[in-house]
Design a protein. Structure first.
Length: 262
């Protein structure tokens, strides 16, 4: 097997879509995995239907693949990620995959927050799989923060964790890095990736409301226990790896404010 064939899991998701576009533009044969059965007519991309949670058609999807960029994650039912990892690793071994690149989250090794524990367990499964691997941890995506704030517009106030630093990083820039890593040699745990600036969660909410032209009181809430303490400690940020370029303010001006004027 000489030709590099890259498969992107979670190809219809926020990050997966960005990764897929970049692999396509790199001129590398690319396969896109989704659970959907109504596949798009997408020139330059081979779309395949497979379900990581159940393992259905995963082996078939990985036939002939050399590299996997793993972007799939079930944020609503994160426990589904663990059988997903098992099925992905088993199929990758069978297919002779030579490299799995995984996206994870800054701070997964420093908190007992349930979703982060699942992400860390997935990292460990990959590291112990025997398949060459690369793992990138990134901070929060602006589009995900935007979705949270939009959801909160159903409430008479905006809830934010008190005294909690955040460091938004553009998901397009993370996609660039993932593809760069996938085109290179397996590197294990690589340097984290954070946005250019650290903000307090309250400041993110205040500036989002201003850009969106919305008015709501902001209600900081004290998260109790060790999870809250870790969040407040800045463990979910990586200021020493503030390599992102696009700022939160640029995101607000380019998407949130523009949407508000339509």
């Amino acid at each position: 097997m000489s030709e590099n064939v890259i498969l992107v899991t979670g190809a219809t998701g926020l990050l997966g879509r960005e990764v897929l576009e970049r692999v396509r533009h790199a001129g590398v044969p690319v396969r896109a995995m989704t659970r959907k059965t109504d596949l798009p007519d997408d020139p330059g991309v081979r779309w395949v239907t497979a379900d990581l949670q159940t393992g259905t058609d995963v082996a078939e999807a990985l036939e002939g693949v050399t590299t996997v960029i793993h972007c799939a994650s079930d944020t609503r039912k994160p426990k589904h990620d663990i059988p997903g990892w098992r099925h992905l690793i088993d199929a990758a071994r069978e297919a002779g995959v030579r490299h799995i690149v995984n996206i994870s989250i800054v701070g997964v090794d420093r908190t007992t927050y349930p979703y982060y524990k699942i992400k860390l367990e997935g990292e460990l499964m990959l590291a112990e799989s025997g398949i060459p691997w690369t793992n990138l941890r990134a901070t929060q995506f602006p589009d995900l923060l935007d979705a949270v704030f939009r959801f909160m517009m159903r409430l008479p106030f905006v809830l934010v964790p008190s005294k909690t630093p955040c460091q938004p990083v553009d998901q397009g820039e993370v996609a660039d890095r993932l593809v760069e890593l996938a085109l290179g040699a397996p590197a294990g745990q690589v340097a984290e990736m954070g946005g250019p600036k650290v903000y307090d969660a309250k400041e993110l909410a205040r500036t989002w409301l201003a850009a969106a032209g919305r008015k709501r009181p902001i209600l900081p809430i004290h998260l109790p226990g060790t999870v809250g303490a870790v969040f407040r400690s800045g463990a979910l940020t990586t200021p020493e790896h503030a390599v992102g370029v696009r700022t939160w303010e640029e995101f607000l001006a380019g998407k949130v404010a523009d949407r508000a004027t339509r």
